[in-house]
Structure formats: C-alpha cells, structure tokens
Design a protein around this ligand. Structure first.
Ligand SMILES: [Zn+2]
Length: 527
C-alpha cells in the first residue's frame, strides 16, 4: 500500500469553527504535540488574513520539531496585482516557512461571482502565483477549492485548473470538498477520472464534514491512490467541521495497514485529542470513536464477561493501540500501566505492583470524579506523582490571604488588592499587591512574597488562564475548573485547580505552577 502524508490544519481551518480560538501560546503547544504524534505537515495559519498568525510563525522557529514541516497558507494573488506586489503573498513569505499552501478556485461560478474575474484570468493567476512562489519556497501545495462541486458542474474547467497548477510545478495538488456535500461514490468516480490525466504531481484530499462523510471520503481517496490527507484534530472546523484526523489516522494504520505514523506515536492519539479539547476549552465528547472515554466502555452482564475472556468479541481494535483503555467494572489494570508509563516517562522507577501506583490510581480516580482533568495540566499530574513518591519538597506554607475587590463608580474599572502571609523556612513574609482582578492581585502578591526567597520566579510568566464551569444548572454555585499555562525561557507547563470558589480553584493551579517551576529548577541545579 502507498505511504500517506498527514497534513493537519487544526491551527488554520480548525479555528474557523465559530466557537474555537487559540492564543499564540496554545498554537505553539499544539504544534509541538502534533509533531510528537508524527504529523508530517502542520498548517499554522494565514498570515495575510490574520496578523497574529505571523507571531506564531516567528515563535515556532525557536523550536526544533522532529519531522513536522510548518506550513503557511494564503489564497492566490489578487486578479489585478502581480504576485510579487500582492499584500497576502508578501505576508506569506514573511512567515519564512519551507512549505506554503495556496488555495485557488476551481469551480467556474466561484471564479465569476466570488472572484469577479474571467475563467481564463483565474488560470493565469493560479499559474503566476504558484510559479512565483516556487522561486522562493522549496515546497508549494495547491488546494483546489470546491474541486468536487466544480467538477460536477464543469469538469473541463476543474481539470484545467489542476493541470495549470501542475504546469506551474506545484509539489502537491489537493482536491477539496469545501462544502462537504460530496458522497463517497462521487469522490471515488471523480478521483478515477482525475487520475486518467496522469498528472506528474501527487494528489491530496481535503474534506469537510457537512454530510458526515469527511472521514469516509478521505479513506476512500487513499484507497484510490491519494497520498496526502488533510484534516484536523477532533474534526474541528467551520460549520460541521473538517475530516477528523483522530479517526482517519487509526483507520489508515490499523484497518488499511498504512504506516502513516509509528505504533508508539499512535498510542499518543487520545492524549493529543484531549490536549486540543482542553486548550480549546471544550468538554471532550465521551462517545467519540477511538479516543472518547466511552469508546471502549462496557456495561455489566454477559458483555463484560465476554470481553474479559476475549476482548475482540466486543471491540474493533485494542484500545491501548490509540492510548485509550477498556472500561469495565473490574480492577483497572490499564489505568495502572498508564501511571507506570507516565512515571517512567518522568524518569521514576515504579512497577504496577507498587502500593504507590495503586494509591495514586485511586487518588486520580477520585480527583477525576470530582471534576479534575489532567490532560493539559501535565505539571499538576507530575507533582501529584512526586508527592506520592515523597519526592516533592514543600517550598512554602500559606498562613493566609485576603482579597478585596472594589468598584467605586459605575463607569470606573474595578480594582483588586490581595494581602498574603506565607512562611518559608523559619521566616514569615507578609505582603500586598494590586491587580486588575482578584486572581491577578493574588498572583502578584504570592510572587512578590516568594521572589525574596526564590528569585528564579522572576523568569516565570503566566501565559494563559482558562475557566470552565462544570456542573451546569447550578448557576453561580457551580464548580469551576481553572487551567493555567505558565512558561519560562525554556519550558511551558499547565496546571489545574477545582473548587466551587473561583479564587480557590485559581489558587490551587497557581501554587502548582509555582511548585513545578521550583522543583524543575532544583532538579537542574542538582544535575
Ligand atoms: Zn477547508
């Protein structure tokens, strides 16, 4: 079977979903995660349409990725402007990536109506844009927008578009089902017709999910010989979303036997899915195929009996292959091996029979029941493990804090002040700080108090703060989960807190974040 290149567009097309947005920090963390998963191409954004995307391209250069290539995206040059003068194309080149993707129109009515130009001129724009870019960028991908719809209405023109891209020496031509309405049989027929042209360019597929066919269409395209599949993690994307890579990858690997990522990388699938949900501030749907909590959950009776004897009776794959696990009402061995796996990844030596593993698993289950979530809060999980192993030092004790939030006039912004008392060794520190809100004031106060003892906290920065309300229907009395992302010059880490009181939840996440930084630096100076 042919090899397949995976092209992720979570950071560009994925953010077209009406309820999804990522900060630059989020995007960097997601890109690193996608690289670990083994994704070949990561489309980072559209620098011409969103100036914030340039910041991502600048920052991601500071990281060395193991195999993923970062891709910048743009449309073809404006009909009346040569590519070298086009504002979008200039911005695209400023991203300085080794791969760029250009989307161009392949459906005649879109050329006439949306682009307001002639069919002939559209071909020239495509040719000129791609040829120009080929002189500046090593790899150029052409996305043929609305290709399948265009083909159905005017197949001559749709074919002319991709032939033009081929003659301009594009490195890939990607057939897009932009409206997501094409059915699998049509995808198959159209790809077969395209392949009769024997273009000297490898083909890709980009499907949207409006008919719930995006995954099926992508898989079928691969069966027809297509070698690049575009999609997003969890199927994030405009309207009903893009083709879901969390389903496409295991299907390609486990059902079609295509080695698009390694078996070790496939184990990270669930973790990656969760990570992206957490950063998007989304509750992961438990019934999602492959990666959902319920994907391999079995309820009582003969069913459980049967899977205990032979899992294949009720499971289409082994859940561990995608980093998931079977859930039945028996002792959770998979959970234990998960903890052993994590502990080993952190360089700790434990076995699944260790009492500490069993007690950590119980603690973890109890915390998850309460609503804690450790995906996206790896630092809190690591601290919990180290605490259980007696490896966590206590850097300070809280004696108490108080926060005053004040608003004096309707039109004036509120102000907050926090006072805090802590003890480090034998010394007590009592200090106060202001902030634009209560959490900000508390953050400022604790740092001010601790920096005397631990000046390295100066390097630490709080880069993101997310709050999710957990128990819907309880109004302002509901439990909230706070997720904090922090960074210093070298690392980024996430921590979590949970309470009915938002200040308390924030405090927990804040304290974990500080402890993690101090522990991490201790370890380094000990080496
Ligand atoms: Zn799209």
């Amino acid at each position: 079977m042919n090899s397949v290149q995976l092209y992720d567009t979570t950071l560009r097309d994925g953010t077209q979903a009406e309820d999804i947005s990522f900060t630059v920090e989020d995007k960097i963390r997601i890109a690193k995660k996608l690289d670990e998963l083994g994704i070949h191409y990561i489309e980072g954004g559209w620098p011409g349409s969103n100036p914030r995307d340039l910041q991502f391209f600048n920052e991601i250069k500071n990281y060395s990725l193991s195999q993923a290539k970062i891709v910048a995206f743009s449309s073809t040059a404006h009909p009346n402007v040569p590519p070298d003068k086009d504002k979008n194309i200039k911005e695209l080149l400023r991203a300085q990536t080794t791969v760029v993707t250009i989307v161009g129109k392949s459906w005649d009515i879109h050329v006439r109506e949306a682009l307001d130009t002639t069919l002939e001129k559209n071909l020239r724009i495509i040719f000129d844009t791609l040829s120009f870019l080929k002189n500046h960028v090593p790899e150029v991908v052409f996305d043929a927008e609305h290709f399948f719809d265009g083909f159905k209405k005017n197949h001559d023109y749709a074919l002319q578009v991709i032939k033009t891209a081929s003659s301009a020496h594009a490195d890939w031509i990607v057939l897009c089902d932009t409206n997501g309405g094409t059915m699998p049989q049509e995808v198959q027929d159209i790809i077969r017709t395209v392949q009769k042209e024997e273009l000297p360019v490898p083909l890709g597929i980009h499907c949207h999910n409006d008919s719930e066919m995006a995954v099926a269409n992508s898989i079928l395209a691969v069966k027809e010989g297509i070698t690049q599949v575009q999609g997003t993690i969890n199927g994030f994307g405009e309207r009903c979303g893009n083709a879901n890579l969390c389903s496409i990858i295991p299907n390609l690997k486990l059902k079609l036997g295509i080695d698009c990522i390694s078996s070790e990388q496939l184990i990270k699938l669930k973790e990656t899915s969760r990570f992206v949900y957490e950063l998007a501030n989304f509750q992961p749907p438990s019934h999602q195929p492959f990666v959902g909590d319920s994907a391999f959950a079995h309820k009582g009776g003969i069913h459980v009996h049967a899977i205990q004897k032979k899992a294949e009776t009720y499971e289409h794959i082994r859940p561990e292959q995608v980093g998931n696990h079977q859930r039945v009402l028996v002792s959770d061995l998979a959970g234990k091996s998960n903890i052993v796996y994590k502990a080993k990844a952190l360089g700790l030596k434990v076995s699944s029979k260790d009492p500490v593993v069993i007690s950590t698993l119980e603690k973890l289950k109890e915390l998850e029941n309460q609503g804690y979530q450790f995906e996206g809060a790896e630092a809190s999980f690591e601290l919990m493990l180290k605490r259980a192993l007696g490896m966590q030092k206590k850097y300070f004790d809280l004696i108490g804090f108080r926060i005053i939030s004040e608003k004096r006039k309707e039109e004036e912004a509120p102000l907050a002040e926090a006072t805090i008392m802590i003890q480090v060794g034998g010394k007590i520190e009592h200090t106060a700080a202001m902030g634009n809100g209560p959490v900000n004031a508390l953050d400022n106060a604790i740092r001010k108090a601790l920096e005397k003892f631990y000046p390295q906290l100066n390097e630490m920065e709080l880069v993101d703060y997310k709050v999710r309300v957990l128990s819907a229907g309880e109004g302002t009395g509901a439990k909230v989960r706070v997720l904090i992302e922090s960074s210093d010059a070298k690392d980024k880490w996430g921590t979590v807190g949970l309470s009915e009181n938002i200040i308390e939840a924030s405090w927990q996440a804040l304290v974990d974040s500080i402890n993690y930084k101090l522990l991490k630096d201790d370890k380094k100076s000990a080496q």
